[in-house]
Structure formats: structure tokens, C-alpha cells
Design a protein around this ligand. Structure first.
Ligand SMILES: [Fe+2]
Length: 321
């Protein structure tokens, strides 16, 4: 049984939190929910699955401290930033591609990288489908990535700085309300991956949604025509992007918002809705990550989903048509 089935996102003692950021208010919550499973396709009863789904949809981080993704012999060599082409921050594989992007190396190395990343995609999918079988028909596999570079100390603009708390939103890739479900794994054998996790989405939205603006008439069409966006941006995407930027730009908020720091140890796995959970990746050397796009139809409890929160606050649906 998971340790957290009956817990909710109401205030609790942060038993697994290690520290808070300097100056931040003491965390009044703990969003990390440890799970005991050691296999990528655990057999769970219906009640356990429903409990995990409820927690995930409420904005918890499902944490699997002993769910290890094993290297095959020779694959450890990829724990090195030299495989990155220097242009992309990740080595990544798109769902239907047969070769990785963002990597540099010999022909056999690139093939081996593909095999490694593809295997992670398959394991992640087994996990998600075992835990949340109802998501299956509504889920699309998106990118899989290996990020073999230290996070801390990277020179990036504030908007791209993922050491600042944020929810994920894409400038050029409108999600139209599709959810972003992500499976992370700390593949580094020694260093923990250190995250900060911030207040629940509803509290975050209360603070920043009043500062966001709608689109001007025709804006979405013009952005699509100019290929600024891949498809027509919805109000949902427009507001989510502003929330992403407002949070990252506000250093006072970054320092003082209720938050917890958490160290994901080597060989651990965690699952979150990254469009909902405020997160910041502070330190860590090597991670694997799988993204799924999930139709909002798959969500059983819409109370906490970003689109529902924004629609309630603004008094209309955020995705039309
Ligand atoms: Fe992120």
C-alpha cells in the first residue's frame, strides 16, 4: 500500500522535506508522496490506483525512491555532458523518431543513445499505464530526454532559468488545455537531484492571475500565421505563459513563497503534472524524463487542474472550440 493514500494536500508536516530556501516561509505542506514500488509495472488494486490518481490530480509529486532504471553494460558512458551537442539543453527523442536529437558522437554511440532513451520511454509508459490505466486512451507520448549536464551555474536568461519556481508552459507550442504529465528519473549514481516545490496551483493562481492579460483580437491568428506558434494559441496558453513568466521574474516571490526543498536520490523516479506543480530544478547532474500529453477528458477531478482554476477565476472557459 502506498504510504500516502489517505493524505491530501492539506497542511502536513514536511517529513521528507530537507530544507527551505533561505528566507522562505516554513513550508505549510508537503507535496512529496513516497511510494514503495520497485517495479515499472506494479500490480495494484483498484483502490490503490484511484488513490494515486487522486493525489496526482490534486498536485502531489508521486515519488518512487526505489524505482531504478538500470543501465545496460557500457551505457554509463552517457553520463557525461560531452554527448550533448552544446546547442540543446537535452538529448531528446521524439515519439516517432528513430534517432536522437541534440547529441554528438559516432554512429554507434548515437544508436546506443537511441536504445537507452527509447528503453526509458517504454519503462515510463509501463509505469504510467500500470498506475493510471484510465489515462491510456487519452494519452500521447511526447518527448523523452536525457539531460547529462549539471543544472547549477548554467548561464541562462531569467525566462529560461528553471532554478526559479515555475509551471511549465510553452511559447510556441500551444497545449490547448492538454495536460503535461512527466516521469523523471535521477540517473546519476551519486548526486541527488534537488528540487524546490512551491505552493499549490490555486494559491499561485490567486496571486498572479489578476496580473495577466487576455489576447488582443486577432492575436492568436496572427501569431499562427507568422509561425510564432505551431497552432492557434488559446487563452489558456496565453495566461499560463504569463504565469510562468510572472513567477520567474518575481524574486521576492521566489524567495518567500511557501515552498519545500527536496532531494531526489540517485536511482529514484517521480511523476508530476508539471503544468500544475510549481517546481524549480536546483542541482543535479543527470536526469531522464518522459513527457506525455494528456487530454483533459482523462482527468477525474478537475478541481485543481490549471484550466479549471483559471476558468473559475476568469468566469469563462479558457479553451474554446
Ligand atoms: Fe519545468
Amino acid at each position: 500500500m502506498p504510504m500516502s493514500l489517505d493524505s491530501t494536500l492539506t497542511p502536513s508536516t514536511p517529513a521528507t522535506a530537507t530544507a527551505t530556501a533561505a528566507g522562505a516561509a516554513a513550508p505549510a505542506f508537503n507535496l512529496i508522496r513516497p511510494q514503495p514500488y520497485t517495479e515499472w509495472a506494479p500490480q495494484l488494486d483498484a483502490g490503490t490506483k484511484a488513490g494515486l490518481r487522486r493525489e496526482l490530480e490534486q498536485g502531489a509529486v508521486l515519488f518512487f525512491p526505489q524505482l531504478r532504471f538500470q543501465f545496460e553494460p557500457g551505457e554509463e558512458r552517457f553520463l557525461d555532458s560531452r554527448w550533448s551537442d552544446g546547442k540543446s539543453k537535452n538529448i531528446n527523442l521524439r515519439a516517432n523518431d528513430q534517432a536522437v536529437r541534440g547529441a554528438t558522437g559516432g554512429e554507434q554511440d548515437l544508436k546506443d543513445l537511441y536504445v537507452l532513451i527509447r528503453r526509458y520511454a517504454e519503462y515510463s509508459e509501463k509505469l504510467v499505464l500500470s498506475l493510471f490505466p484510465e489515462y491510456g486512451p487519452h494519452m500521447v507520448r511526447a518527448g523523452t530526454s536525457l539531460r547529462p549536464s549539471e543544472i547549477a551555474g548554467r548561464p541562462v536568461s531569467w525566462r529560461k532559468d528553471d532554478t526559479r519556481l515555475h509551471v511549465d508552459a510553452f511559447p510556441s507550442n500551444p497545449m490547448l488545455g492538454q495536460r503535461l504529465l512527466r516521469v523523471f528519473h535521477n540517473i546519476d549514481p551519486q548526486a541527488p537531484r534537488v528540487w524546490r516545490v512551491g505552493e499549490p496551483f490555486g494559491d499561485f493562481a490567486k496571486r498572479f492571475v489578476p496580473k495577466t492579460k487576455g489576447m488582443w483580437p486577432g492575436q492568436a491568428r496572427v501569431m499562427e500565421m507568422l509561425h510564432i506558434t505551431k497552432r492557434r494559441r488559446s487563452e489558456y496558453d496565453h495566461r499560463m505563459l504569463q504565469l510562468h513568466d510572472l513567477a520567474k521574474a518575481d524574486l521576492e516571490y521566489q524567495a518567500n513563497v511557501p515552498q519545500q526543498e527536496f532531494q531526489f536520490p540517485p536511482g529514484s523516479t517521480w511523476i508530476v503534472f508539471s503544468d500544475q506543480v510549481l517546481h524549480a530544478a536546483m542541482r543535479g547532474r543527470a536526469m531522464m524524463e518522459q513527457t506525455y500529453y494528456l487530454s483533459p477528458k482523462a482527468i477525474s477531478d478537475h478541481t485543481h487542474s490549471p484550466e479549471a482554476v483559471l476558468a473559475r477565476m476568469l468566469g469563462r472557459p479558457m479553451v474554446v472550440g
